[in-house]
Write a protein that binds this ligand. Structure first.
Ligand code: COA
Length: 380
């Protein structure tokens, strides 16, 4: 037995490599992100989410015919089985992320491939879950608002259809394209906490629904996917750009953190935030509400001195303002992240399954040893 004090701990698994990957590459010092070798900047400017789903799942950018094929598969899986719609109704008072997690889990009860962990089955199930997630979120949001759920519209792309099912109106093309870009930017990000958790589930040979349910559960925490919602609450609390510097100073002085800043891997600006900043600015102007951008920009200016310590904007800093300006309620923000991330989790699970090893680390025990057992009637 190794003595507890001699064990080298890697708390938080910081800087620990657990495997090799061909899914995405992150250089946290340079602020570089590649999906399957392609720079996120090229993908964000030129590709649709449907192309990214294909790229992550099949490893290459699709031809036109391949894109049409996956687009058709996604559209064919948008509708929910009645059992799952019923689960959404029964759980409607829960947080949208809890409903999404529960409904994804419930989808396993109607999936004919549920026990099949072959590559082909994981691909098919990943596409089905990617397609169903926006319907779950929009259906739940409408039920909560006392409105009738809207059937998916096969004329619209994945992102535009989500906005349509949420509002009941065909979205402005620029709104649909912004939503699409947001999904592209959230689609994959290496072995973050939720992808790691999804891989742990997959490493036990649990099925994809288990792994994605796990991913959604882990994404919910404010240190991971919950930050966009917290950023919006922060912007509301600040109220106007003039108050931002004082807010930042007071918060940091009292030992608090500024949400939307800092990242375990990026020690410079998150490359995804660069796109969202510009989108938030333009969207605010187009919608006649430039105040949210102004408040966040003022927070960003106040945080500038912290950049040298590597505390920089992350993907969640601007995304909340974009969702808000698109008319999406704050408690749905994190679900948008989850909807975008399903292809990434699926790609990670496929990779885990291809070269599986049970993910099972160790804990260094430091409690008492060999205590004499005291029967219950003699315990004081
Ligand atoms: N505001 C102020 N200080 C921050 C900070 C933030 N958002 N993020 C990190 N720091 C500081 C910590 O206080 C700590 O300072 P110290 O060394 O003086 O104690 C240092 O930076 C390192 O923080 P640590 O928590 O060890 O880094 P991490 O890699 O474990 O944390 C996050 C990463 C994301 C959990 C962290 O940056 C955070 O809480 N950010 C806010 C929430 C958020 O935006 N999450 C979304 C991530 S995509």
């Amino acid at each position: 037995m190794v003595e507890a004090e001699k064990i080298q701990l890697h708390r938080g698994l910081r800087d620990v490599y657990i495997d090799r990957t061909r899914t995405s590459f992150i250089d946290g010092r340079e602020g570089k992100l590649l999906y399957r070798g392609y720079n996120i900047h090229d993908l964000a400017e030129n590709s649709t989410f449907e192309e990214i789903v294909y790229l992550l799942l099949y490893g290459v950018l699709p031809t036109r015919a391949q894109l049409d094929q996956i687009d058709g598969e996604l559209k064919a899986s948008r509708k929910l089985p009645p059992e799952v719609s019923e689960v959404i109704r029964i759980t409607k008072n829960a947080h949208p992320m809890d409903v999404l997690r529960t409904a994804i889990s419930a989808l396993s009860t109607t999936d004919s491939n549920i026990r099949d962990n072959s590559r082909e089955a994981i691909l098919r199930k990943g596409i089905r879950l990617t397609a169903a997630a926006p319907t779950i979120v929009a259906t739940h949001a409408r039920i909560c608002a006392g409105k009738k759920p809207v059937e998916p519209n096969p004329e619209l792309g994945h992102a535009g259809n989500f906005l349509y099912m949420h509002t009941g109106q065909v979205p402005h093309p620029e709104d649909a394209s912004l939503m699409d870009k947001d999904f592209v930017l959230h689609a994959e990000h290496g072995i973050n906490a939720s992808a790691f958790a999804a891989r742990v589930a997959a490493s036990t040979e649990a099925d994809l629904h288990c792994a994605i349910t796990t991913g959604v559960a882990v994404l919910k925490g404010p240190a991971h996917g919950g930050a966009a919602e917290s950023v919006m609450h922060m912007a509301e609390e600040i109220g106007s750009a003039e108050n931002a510097a004082a807010y930042v100073q007071n918060r940091l002085k009292s030992g608090g953190r500024i949400v939307g800043f800092g990242h375990r891997v990026y020690k410079t600006t998150d490359p995804r935030a660069v796109h969202l900043r510009e989108d938030a600015r333009r969207l605010g102007e187009r919608k006649g509400h430039p105040e949210w951008f102004a408040i966040l920009q003022a927070v960003s200016n106040a945080m500038e001195p912290y950049a040298k310590r590597g505390i920089c904007q992350n993907v969640d800093f601007w995304s909340g303002a974009i969702y808000h300006l698109l008319g999406i309620p704050t408690d749905l923000f994190i679900c948008i992240f989850a909807m975008g991330r399903i292809p990434g989790w699926t790609a990670q699970v496929m990779e885990q399954a291809e070269n599986n090893i049970l993910l099972r680390p160790m804990l260094a025990y430091e409690g008492p040893m060999d205590l004499p057992y005291v029967p219950i009637e003699k315990r004081g």
